[in-house]
Design a protein. Structure first.
Length: 193
């Protein structure tokens, strides 16, 4: 009985993230990067220093490249995919909220993309901008720096205040700290009956 329980526990333990080389292109990451055990990083993805990729996130760089700048975070359930001719470039200290889709786009330094937002091919989000939760940024849309973007389709609503820009930066800093906590956490399993 104990052996069976130990074997079942072994089966249900995820020790490392899914890192997949495809067509000779392998993900690359700095030593200070943290990738959750249930995340997947596929193909030509480059993860900068102190970046984090959270639980259930998928970075799929099988058709073009994905680059995450230093200190950026890809939160739980995010899908990042590059189409041919449309790489994904995420700048430094960017926060990409839970269940967001980034598809063939560029997100400037210090920006925050809210939960459940979608940013499509060729779109460019300016530095220190805030894309509201649930927004849909259409293909080829160019958002100026320090913009609040909201709606379906997304439109620039106004310029961000200094306090809002500081909030974006603080969010990225919190995720750097959280990543360190998770990196050093003990991984245990439940005995699943």
């Amino acid at each position: 009985m104990q052996q069976e329980s130990a074997a079942r526990q072994e089966e249900n333990t995820v020790r490392e993230p899914h890192v997949v080389a495809i067509d000779g292109r392998s993900p690359r990451a700095e030593k200070s990067t943290w990738v959750a055990p249930t995340a997947a990083v596929i193909g030509a993805a480059t993860l900068g220093a102190e970046t984090s990729v959270w639980y259930g996130a998928v970075l799929r760089a099988d058709c073009d490249s994905i680059t995450l700048g230093e200190g950026s975070n890809i939160q739980d359930g995010v899908a990042v995919h590059a189409d041919p001719g449309f790489p994904v470039v995420v700048g430094r200290d960017v926060s990409v909220g839970h269940n967001t889709v980034l598809h063939g786009c560029t997100v400037g330094d210090g920006a925050l993309v809210g939960m459940g937002a979608t940013v499509l091919n060729g779109a460019v989000i300016g530095e220190q901008s805030l894309v509201a939760a649930g927004a849909l940024v259409l293909e080829g849309t160019r958002i100026p720096p320090r913009s609040l973007v909201a709606g379906v389709p997304a439109k620039v609503r106004r310029e961000l205040t200094d306090d809002e820009v500081a909030h974006n930066a603080a969010n990225a800093a919190v995720y750097r700290q959280l990543a360190q906590q998770h990196r050093s956490a003990d991984v245990t399993t439940f005995d699943i009956a």
